[in-house]
Design a protein around this ligand. Structure first.
Ligand code: AQP
Length: 325
């Protein structure tokens, strides 16, 4: 099956991005035809620092490689290098009702933060995302819970295009993990962990052991003493249990048994140790690749040339179907 997924090089890539999206890519990579993109054109729909963008792109690519993505098996590239993404996005603009874009939850939330000058790019973001997905005739799109709505819109756009211009696109489907598709903030466990929130709300993949201990130590827990999974009544502890379970590959039930009778402090200490063990390779790899930036440049350039070939085939079909060739 063809898989496409991506992360924006915005803010600090965190545990939510890793556990819900990047980690599941590894299983998919063994049996499927995978394309993993650094979606930089999406990252510029909110205020950003141009001088940091190239560094951020390389950091995201570093995270993909450290997590276990094999660039000899999967395609890894930067979105803006393959121009067909914007060409297809423009064409899909012509068949997408504005109302569909205005009802997107992410647009409502992000535009509320940009009250003074909401850019058209923020509204059109899901069309670019549809282009990213449809360009590669994608069947499965692994995402977190918050992006499910955008994948459903991409499917609807593909369906509409096929009905109007003839069978052109594969209809994509979102793939969401059962537990952990929405990792919550460490300080406000009713809100999702987010790149744009304060640093203490999330664990960044490059956090130092001291930062990890401090953030987990001061994360919000709940009244009571038991280490029990109950998102409605104990959202803080349930979120920490979810993180622990995904990192250790133990079930939540097993963890409840393991920590029965222990207090929050002991649980948090064990979780910090596990996080330090799992995240140290990310910091190590970052320093290694910073000392040898040509490695990442080469991988991204090779990935872009592979992605371009597929994208060009689809665009040929699209132009013919739309009477543009
Ligand atoms: N808290 C989360 N739990 C599970 N999955 C998450 N994702 C994001 N946050 C969580 C998923 O990560 C993928 C990449 O996200 P993105 O780079 O497209 O940006 P986003 O969804 O807007 O993520 P952020 O981190 O929350 O950024 P901001 O602060 O800008 O809103 C997506 O599949 C997403 O679902």
């Amino acid at each position: 099956m063809r898989i496409f997924s991506g992360i924006q090089p915005s803010g600090e890539i965190h545990l939510g991005n890793y556990l819900a999206v990047i980690k599941p890519w590894l299983d998919l990579q063994t049996k499927n035809d995978c394309i993993f993109c650094v979606v930089d054109w999406h990252a510029i729909t909110v205020p950003y620092e141009p001088k940091n963008l190239q560094r951020k792109i390389k950091e995201v690519a570093t995270i993909y490689l450290t997590a276990g993505i094999n660039p000899e098996k999967s395609i890894v590239f930067t979105q803006s290098v393959v121009k067909e993404h914007t060409e297809l996005a423009w064409l899909l603009n012509t068949i997408t009702p504005i109302g569909d874009l205005q009802r997107m939850t992410q647009f409502k939330e992000k535009s509320a933060k940009q009250i003074k000058n909401v850019c058209a790019g923020l509204l059109n973001y899901p069309i670019l995302m549809a282009a990213d997905i449809l360009l590669y005739q994608t069947e499965i799109v692994p995402v977190g819970q918050d992006q499910k709505q955008h994948v459903e819109l991409a499917r609807e756009i593909a369906r509409r295009f096929n009905a109007k211009f003839g069978e052109t696109f594969t209809l994509p489907q979102a793939q969401i993990i059962k537990i952990g598709a929405k990792i919550m903030s460490l300080t406000e466990p009713n809100k999702k962990m987010s790149k744009s929130d304060k640093p203490e709300t999330r664990i960044g993949l490059f956090d130092t052991p001291e930062q990890i201990k401090k953030k987990i130590g001061s994360s919000t827990t709940d009244s009571g003493k038991e280490i029990k999974y109950n998102p409605a009544e104990k959202p803080g502890v349930s979120n920490l249990l979810t993180i622990y379970s995904l990192l250790s590959d133990k079930t939540i039930k097993d963890l409840e048994n393991e920590f029965a009778g222990q207090n929050y402090q002991a649980f948090k200490q064990k979780l910090s140790e596990l996080l330090i063990e799992k995240l140290t390779p990310f910091r190590d790899k970052k320093s290694e690749l910073e000392n040898n930036p040509a490695i990442i440049d080469k991988i991204l350039a090779h990935g872009a040339s592979q992605a371009e070939k597929i994208a060009q085939q689809t665009m040929k079909k699209v132009r013919v179907a739309m009477g543009l060739l």
